[in-house]
Design a binder for this molecule. Structure first.
Ligand code: SF4
Length: 272
């Protein structure tokens, strides 16, 4: 099995001193394992641990083992290529991001669920310095690459009503809606608290749901979540339905939207 990011992180000094050129030891570990960065670039690596890592990586390379799947490299490179000529400062307000310079590079700082990321034209950094799901990088790049400048319409549509999205309806139900419903069966107050943690609002709205909330997993991608608790007498399980602004596919492709739903469910389930 390939050396994992957390295993490498445990061998590093974990002082986040930045002497390697990365802001955190986590970012450095990620680049060593995912981008082929030289582990010797950390000048504070204990020699015996550095030797162990170098030998492990050499052995993995000879055995054709990689912690970094080829399909990810090509997916990430594809979206990076798309934004290469973008004017990030001009685009920022349309994406709900702010444009900053960090370490000499222009980046977009934006929120994905409950975490802030700095997205540059080559790299993504989680500003909390914690471990990152590399597919989140592809999601963030896809969002930026769409470069949608349309205002939100305020009209809500279900996944099955979005153009060309019918085939993804079941995947979205299983990967997102059903997971949230199971985690919060009999616990609407707990769901409300978890949603408040995602800065949800609970506007007055005509629905027959027990709970409804609007929140923004990405700054221009609002979700309207509707929750009906289980009806034990009639034997109905709890149900969650998520609706999208009708512009959503201008901001994200359908695959990314399904993935965003899965990340949202993971986040809410973790808070349950
Ligand atoms: S130089 Fe080493 S200790 Fe300092 S941030 Fe980089 S990896 Fe961490």
């Amino acid at each position: 099995m390939a050396l994992q990011i957390l295993q490498l992180l445990k061998m590093l000094p974990r002082t986040n001193c930045g002497d390697c050129g990365y802001q955190t030891c986590m970012a450095f570990a990620t680049h060593v394992l995912r981008e082929g960065e030289d582990p010797a670039r950390c000048p504070h690596f204990a020699p015996d641990k550095l030797k162990l890592v170098q030998e492990t990586l050499k052995h993995q390379e000879e055995a054709g083992i990689t912690a970094f799947p080829e399909h990810f490299i090509s997916a990430k490179q594809h979206v990076i290529d798309k934004i290469r000529d973008y004017d990030l400062a001009a685009l920022a307000p349309f994406l709900g991001a702010r444009c900053e310079r960090r370490q000499g590079e222009e980046v977009l700082v934006l929120r994905l669920l409950n975490r802030l990321y700095a997205v540059g034209k080559q790299e993504v950094t989680a500003l909390d310095g914690e471990e990152q799901d590399i597919w989140e990088h592809v999601l963030l790049y896809n969002y930026i690459a769409q470069a949608c400048r349309r205002p939100l319409s305020g009209k809500w549509l279900a996944m099955g009503e979005l153009p060309g999205a019918l085939a993804k309806k079941k995947a979205f139900e299983e990967g997102c809606e059903d997971k949230i419903a199971r985690a919060y069966t009999g616990r609407p107050a707990a769901l409300r608290t978890a949603l408040a943690g995602l800065e949800a609002t609970f506007p007055a709205m005509e629905t027959n749901a027990e709970l409804h909330a609007v929140f923004y997993p990405l700054p221009r991608v609002p979700f309207l979540l509707l929750f009906w608790d289980a009806d034990l007498e009639d034997g109905f399980p709890a149900k969650v339905k998520i609706m999208f602004d009708e512009t959503v596919l201008c901001f994200l492709d359908i695959e990314s939207l399904v993935f965003l739903g899965e990340k949202t469910a993971d986040c809410l389930v973790a808070a349950s």
